[in-house]
Design a protein around this ligand. Structure first.
Ligand SMILES: O=C(O)CCC(=O)C(=O)O
Length: 286
């Protein structure tokens, strides 16, 4: 694993991401962000600001998305943490747009798996430079619901929705699977086409994680009926979603709901995790 906040992401890590479709980075965010985001997730579990809001599942895997639109902690994570620059470096992209955030909490003794799938079929986009950053807020291991990836499956060029039961897919053999034990602040970065699942939490503690989804230079808008936001924008009632009306298929996704991120460093970086000084060299050529 790479120490993302003490060294620039290396050429080797970028190559590993290209080859395997996933990498695990150590210490992508510091304790400041871990503590802040744990509180934010716990608060949202009680009374969510997300798009699904009160309709949150009460079962053992709790998921909501679109928190950044109403919650300052989630918003700052998107615009002020190192995550966007990690995405830019891993995907070798000059520009980065943010698609959406979310959280996944596998509650204590949540034995259910999240089934094998990849992410691209759920998003109204087309292009190669698309990734998710899955940020651990608790230690993650085999006992409490770690993610597992089929190595290199992003190169298969196949869409797999959860529970879709397609004939070409069968349970992978153990030797094809990649997984990592993680600490809070570590992150998985996976390509939108990499097939993955998560296993059950057999422990007595919740496993909390935040996901952020990012796109790069070559990505264009490509809506279809079963893609995000999964419901008519009038029903969501959040003004930023109206910007989807301005997008045309095949054009840049740049709009209020998919904002472009300013990757230049803030003029006044602080030690409170707002800017990681190790990324001040960005943009760079690897
Ligand atoms: O956090 C989890 O358990 C599952 C996350 C996942 O599969 C995803 O974000 O695509």
């Amino acid at each position: 694993m790479l120490i993302a906040n003490s060294s620039k992401i290396s050429r080797q890590e970028v190559e590993n991401f290209k080859r395997d479709g996933v990498i695990c980075l150590k210490n992508v965010v510091d304790d400041y962000w871990v503590e802040r985001m744990r509180k934010a997730v716990d608060r949202n579990l009680l009374n969510s600001n997300g798009v699904r809001g009160r309709k949150l599942k009460t079962g053992d895997v709790v998921h909501d998305y679109g928190l950044w639109l109403k919650d300052n902690d989630f918003r700052d994570l998107v615009f002020k943490s190192p995550l966007a620059r990690v995405a830019a470096q891993i995907m070798e992209s000059e520009t980065i747009n943010f698609l959406c955030d979310g959280f996944f909490v596998k509650k204590a003794k949540a034995d259910s798996h999240v089934g094998w799938h990849n992410d691209l079929p759920y998003w109204p986009v087309k292009g190669w430079k698309c990734c998710k950053i899955w940020l651990a807020l608790d230690p993650v291991n085999q006992e409490n619901g770690r993610l597992e990836y089929i190595k290199g499956s992003h190169l298969w060029n196949k869409d797999l929705r959860e529970n879709s039961n397609v004939s070409w897919f069968s349970e992978p053999s153990y030797s094809d699977i990649l997984y990592w034990d993680m600490e809070p602040g570590d992150a998985l970065v996976h390509h939108f086409q990499t097939i993955h699942h998560s296993i059950g939490n057999t422990t007595y503690k919740s496993r909390r994680a935040i996901v952020t989804n990012w796109t790069g230079d070559d990505v264009v808008y490509d809506p279809s009926p079963q893609t995000w936001p999964f419901q008519p924008i009038e029903e969501i009632g959040i003004s930023e979603f109206n910007s989807l009306d301005t997008l045309r298929s095949g054009e840049s996704i740049d709009c209020e709901i998919f904002p472009k991120i300013d990757l230049t460093p803030s003029p006044s970086p602080t030690s409170r995790g707002e800017q990681n000084p190790n990324f001040l060299k960005f943009p760079h050529r690897l």
